[in-house]
Write a protein that binds this ligand. Sequence first.
Ligand SMILES: Cc1cc2nc3c(=O)[nH]c(=O)nc-3n(C[C@H](O)[C@H](O)[C@H](O)COP(=O)(O)OP(=O)(O)OC[C@H]3O[C@@H](n4cnc5c(N)ncnc54)[C@H](O)[C@@H]3O)c2cc1C
Length: 336
Amino acid sequence: MTEDGKELMFDHGAPFFTVTDNGVMDLVREWEQRGFVAEWKEKFGSFDYATSKFGEAEKGKFGSLDYATAKFGGADKEESIKKYVGTPGMNSICKSLCNEPGVEPKFGVTVANVQWLEEKKSWSLIDLNGQALGHFDGLVASHNSIVNLWPSTGRKSPLDLASFPELAAKLQNIPAIPRFALMLAFPEHLSSIPVKGFSFKNSEVLSWAYCDSSKPGRSTSSECWVLHSTADYARSIISQTGLQKKPSNVLLTEVAEEMLKEFLRIDNHVPKPFFTRAHRWGGAFPATAVAEDDKCLWDTSKKLAICGDFCVSPNVEGAVVSGVAAAAKFSLLSRV
Ligand SMILES: Cc1cc2nc3c(=O)[nH]c(=O)nc-3n(C[C@H](O)[C@H](O)[C@H](O)COP(=O)(O)OP(=O)(O)OC[C@H]3O[C@@H](n4cnc5c(N)ncnc54)[C@H](O)[C@@H]3O)c2cc1C
């Protein structure tokens, strides 16, 4: 929301996703038919600060995922890789899946503690205020903060892995790659930029830029862009401030100014935005995969599945593959 009450929408995390796995493709086609996913068919490219010129999309540098580029292999030209987005926002995918029969979503609740009750053969969940959230036959933990791998919240991890030595060994050390994202809204179309998504060459600050308002299903009343910093830039800022606390508004304003200054270097025709807001992603991408073969971690005796991108690959597709693998573990149990 801007100061004068204008509502703006940004995908400040994943700008889009790609699919190489046939099973995930089947799901994505179904989501397309149901109307909450669409292909983003815009032109992508790159911008080189050394020559001040736009060029072709860089091969092997696709999306803002430096680590994951190998996983996007296969296609000869970046242009031929289909890019998908949730509509009207990336979060539409999760929102729509919450409406599936049998799903009872609870929003705004942080699970602070999970405990296996041996005598009841069930999981007990407690929220941050100490309120009981109920007892459950099985547990799916879909974020690695369940075992506090990243110190980004400063909170104690909800699950004590002491009773799961095999899982603990796999989850011990998952390095994370950080990013800053900058959301920008312009009063007019950026006509000097010939593409709707591009990587930056020869920039220490910026890695990618995406025109959010060019995605299917978005409002076009303002020209909205999201910039992603390089991992090194994010690391240099985080090394000064630490990850423990939420970044202050002063820090986020400084980051926003630096990232915007770099963006405006593209040329003199880029107008000043009327809205800027930076966001820190302390652990944007897990830099390793802990369950490449099994796709999720699983404990049969306590019906515990741990899944997420950190199990397979640091992208939406990896998260879907891992979630589907966790669901399959429970389906197998119900057939026994
Ligand atoms: C800046 C950025 C750019 C990206 N670019 C791309 C890209 O171009 N293409 C691509 O495919 N992917 C991209 N990604 C990666 C993609 O967003 C992730 O891989 C994907 O979202 C991971 O999904 P997940 O379900 O594993 O985890 P998450 O999306 O992190 O979901 C885990 C959920 O668990 C919740 N949670 C955690 N702990 C608790 C708790 N204690 N109690 C209650 N809830 C909890 C969290 O709030 C979160 O909603 C990008 C990510 C970032 C940050």
